[in-house]
Design a protein around this ligand. Structure first.
Ligand code: NAP
Length: 488
């Protein structure tokens, strides 16, 4: 482990212990997990390494708090969420620094995540009071049908490292608004942001046991133990498709409700009639947000053969102008990747693409020196069937493949097992609607490189999972429906 070189401002006062039943405590065996700075591999902090006993204590707390929280008036639940939103906004700089330090992203992007992530607390603070059932006449007359909505009960949230705040608030906001209590297991690489958020929730007065946070290096065991308990009624997971599949299997025993936000392999289509300036601008956002470490990251650039050369040249020009460095330093556009394995896997995909016929316009090889850096990279002449087009890259690499017809482009886009988001650039209104309808994805960015918005339903189809976060749909994931038959 090397000594930290950058400033650690922002970490003072951030809890490193487990948060269970309203109490901060160490792991039973006092074990800890080191949180590393991806810019140099040094230790930022050590957080408690909870095991299954601590996780079960967290579920006990969530189960004990469930009835009272469900009975708390929706307005009160909403106002607590709103208070949390205000406090996160006040502390946005600290949240951004913690996110940037533990995850690596540039400070400006980390601030963007705070604004975006916090919006889920505001949106669902407003949705808490809009949960409603209905009263309906039997179509054949003679009786009435009443439906009522109820919170599903204690939930388990398992979140990834790439958006340490937003991937939590997307679940916590609707769950608390709906009247559910929660146990959160953040990614062990980036647990500090979630602990800081738990501090905020405690400070604004969310009752003990409603939110519990268990950091652990034994995710598999902890997840399995919690899901083996019938008191747990819902699991919401964001992460890899592989882990998601395992959790779906585990949910079968007690038929827990599940939401799965899994991997992506987003196609970015540029038609011959596209506004190329806008397409390059959108490509920079869709590819480079979060250093490409996003499930929504443009993964495959499918560009019409008549504009591919021009698009590739302009994209390479923009990519080569980006500054790579420590996320907290001024002027940095691209931070480090999360760990050494990420650099290795991105590098291997690039080498394989080159062996398969691709040409490197810019970047291509990991940077020398400490930290886990990979330079912005553009590959052209990538064969449609190249390995890199079939894998989620999770790094700052843009492979460009050409197409000649709209049908071919749509077929290539849909050929992936994933179906989270697709981007399409065209100025033809009819084509834009036709293509949006034909794309087998949960979300489409039409002439835009960004789709995420707390007011919109985020989620995928096929191997990208099911369930929606945000929008009017988001709270439904945390509600059961009871129907009452009433003869009149
Ligand atoms: P991951 O390895 O699946 O880990 C995600 C979370 O699951 C972490 O908290 C991890 O804990 C935990 N975990 C791992 N194995 C587990 C098991 N057997 N049982 C219970 N929990 C387990 O994914 P990642 O590498 O962190 O994240 C990248 C992936 O997330 C990508 O595929 C990306 O596309 C996807 N993602 C999807 C969305 C979306 O909304 N669709 C958003 C963001 C990311 P540890 O940290 O302790 O390993």
């Amino acid at each position: 482990m090397t000594q930290a070189s950058g400033t650690r401002d922002g970490l003072e006062g951030v809890e490193t212990r487990l948060f269970i039943g309203g109490t901060w405590r160490d792991a039973d065996d006092a074990g800890t997990i080191d949180v590393l700075d991806p810019a140099d591999g040094s230790v930022l902090a050590s957080v408690a390494d909870g095991g299954t006993a601590e996780a079960m204590a967290a579920l006990d707390a969530a189960a004990d708090a469930q009835a009272a929280w469900a009975a708390t008036p929706p307005r009160e639940r909403g106002e607590l969420l709103r208070a949390a939103y205000e406090l996160v906004a006040q502390r946005a700089d600290q949240f951004a620094r913690v996110i940037s330090l533990e995850m690596g992203k540039p400070l400006a992007e980390a601030k963007g995540e705070v604004t975006y992530g916090n919006e889920f607390l505001r949106w669902f603070s407003e949705e808490a009071v809009r949960v409603r059932g209905r009263w309906m006449e039997n179509p054949v007359g003679g009786s009435r049908m009443l439906t009522m909505k109820k919170p599903v009960g204690p939930c388990l949230f398992i979140t990834p490292w790439n958006f340490p705040l937003a991937m939590g608030t997307r679940k916590i906001g609707p769950a608390l608004a709906a009247g559910c209590t929660v146990v959160i297991k953040p990614a062990s690489q980036t647990p500090l942001t979630m602990l800081l958020l738990a501090q905020v929730l405690e400070e604004v007065g969310v009752p003990a046991g409603v939110v519990n946070v268990v950091t652990t290096s034994s995710s598999r065991e902890v997840g399995a133990a919690l899901m083996a308990d019938p008191r747990l009624r819902k699991v919401s997971f964001t992460g890899s498709t592989e882990v998601g599949r395992g959790l779906i299997g585990q949910s079968a025993e007690h038929l827990q409700r599940i939401s799965m936000e899994l991997g992506g392999n987003a196609p970015f289509l540029v038609f011959e009639d596209a506004d190329l300036d806008a397409a390059v601008e959108g490509a920079m956002v869709a590819k480079m947000r979060n250093m490409g470490e996003a499930c929504t990251a443009a993964n495959r650039f499918l560009v019409h053969e008549s504009v591919a050369e021009e698009f590739g040249r302009r994209l390479a020009e923009r990519m080569s102008g980006l500054t790579v460095g420590r996320g907290q330093d001024d002027g940095v556009d691209v931070g480090p990747l999360i760990n050494a394995e990420a650099v290795e896997s991105v590098g291997a995909l690039v080498s394989e693409a080159v062996e398969e016929g691709a040409r490197v316009l810019v970047g291509g090889k990991p940077a020398e020196g400490p930290g886990w850096f990979f330079p912005p990279t553009v590959l052209v002449d990538v064969p449609a069937e190249a390995t890199i087009n079939r894998h989620e890259i999770f790094g700052p690499v843009a492979p460009i493949t050409t197409f000649s017809t709209e049908e071919e482009a749509v077929a290539a886009a849909n050929s992936s097992e994933y179906g989270l988001v697709a981007y399409a650039y065209t100025r033809d209104l009819t084509r834009s609607l036709r293509v949006s309808e034909a794309l087998a994805f949960g979300m489409v960015g039409l002439n835009t490189g960004i789709v995420s918005n707390a007011a919109a339903p985020f989620g995928g189809v096929k191997a990208s999972g099911f369930g929606r976060e945000g929008g009017f749909e988001g709270i439904e994931e945390y509600l059961d429906t009871t129907y009452v038959a009433i003869p009149l």
